[in-house]
Design a protein around this ligand. Structure first.
Ligand SMILES: Nc1ncnc2c1ncn2[C@@H]1O[C@H](COP(=O)(O)OP(=O)(O)OP(=O)(O)O)[C@@H](O)[C@H]1O
Length: 310
């Protein structure tokens, strides 16, 4: 099986290249290693391999963004299986899907390649964004955009205090965030929610670096789950965030969840959007945006082990 590592040197706050240099010493099989040079490069690389005729294992060495880009390029390809080695900051991909531990683990997979077909989420209209774990609008998306833009991030990353930037922006956004109205259309129903903090469409349980936002999400059931958090004070929102790590936030009446093949979301003011925690533009006031399962599935390495771990 042809084996290609796609390494994002910017992942894990710039620490992934050093991790790769250690990791590769444990690889006792032939492989190619490709380094990404710009955002979106992983998708371009994998698209070029889309019609490869021999079985090919592509291992993303990075975080959620790297894996999303690889899978966006691999979706629908007959001979590509995607695996991962967690080398990002949040690594929710590795919580919802199998993640290789070391070279021996990958070697075992190559000897006995067991894979599964997995769903891929899509923002169908207006922009063709794809997501593997989750996509959302509102509070959390605004934090991701501000953190990634921040000049302080680069500086604090250099001294290993990257998490501090995130915390800074959580507090700043919590104070200044303007809640919005959201209309949700799905399965023939239309519901309007007032004072919405955020709405997240999930394909797997985890988001935001280990928060179990959507405990019932399964990655291969052809369904997405929508979570809307609304009508809640700032203080209670913090309480909800405290419980989301165990998934018990779903008991709050202000947390609404539903399943479906697609959701049409319309916010009454402009809101930031994210895909797998990376900025994905903005939705303008009154614009209806469709979130759905893509017609293309992708193949993941080692399904069974992921289910054992959940
Ligand atoms: N050479 C590069 N220089 C700068 N950015 C890059 C490069 N290659 C890829 N990227 C971008 O880096 C972004 C961040 O990567 P990724 O999400 O994998 O790491 P992370 O943010 O540390 O992890 P996580 O999302 O799990 O918290 C990706 O969205 C990708 O577009």
């Amino acid at each position: 099986m042809k084996t290609i590592f796609v390494i994002n040197p910017a992942a894990g706050n710039g620490k992934s290249l050093a991790k790769w240099n250690r990791f590769k010493k444990g690889l006792a099989f032939p492989y190619e290693a490709l380094l990404t040079e710009y955002p979106g490069h992983a998708t371009d690389m994998v698209r070029n391999l889309h019609s490869i005729e021999e079985p090919c294992l592509i291992i993303g060495f990075g975080g959620d963004g790297t894996l999303r880009e690889i899978i966006a390029g691999a979706a629908g390809a007959a001979n590509i299986v995607v695996g991962s080695v967690s080398a990002g900051s949040g690594n929710d991909f590795g919580r919802g899907f199998y993640s290789f531990r070391d070279g021996r683990d990958i070697g075992r997979f190559i000897g006995n390649p067991v894979f599964s077909k997995e769903d891929l989420g899509e923002i169908k209209s207006p922009a063709p964004f794809r997501f593997v774990s989750s996509s959302g609008i509102g509070f959390d998306a605004e934090i991701s955009v501000l953190v990634n833009r921040s000049a302080a991030k680069k500086m604090l990353n250099r001294i290993g205090a990257g998490k501090l930037v995130y915390l800074m922006y959580v507090v700043r956004t919590l104070v200044g965030f303007g809640k919005f109205g959201l209309t949700v259309r799905h399965g023939g129903t239309e519901t309007v929610y007032r004072d919405v903090w955020f709405a997240t469409v999930s394909n797997q349980p985890y988001f935001g670096g280990g928060m179990k936002i959507s405990p019932k999400s399964r990655t291969d059931d052809g369904l997405l789950e929508l979570t809307v958090v609304h009508g809640i004070s700032r203080l209670k929102l913090l309480l909800v965030f405290g419980t989301v790590f165990t998934g018990s936030h779903t008991k709050f009446k202000e947390v609404v969840q539903m399943s479906g093949e697609s959701f049409l979301l319309t916010a009454d003011r402009e809101v930031y959007r994210h895909v797998d925690g990376d900025a994905a533009g903005r939705t303008s006031a009154g614009q209806e945006v469709e979130y759905a399962i893509s017609e293309d599935y992708w193949k993941a390495a080692n399904k069974g082990k992921k289910e054992d771990e959940q």
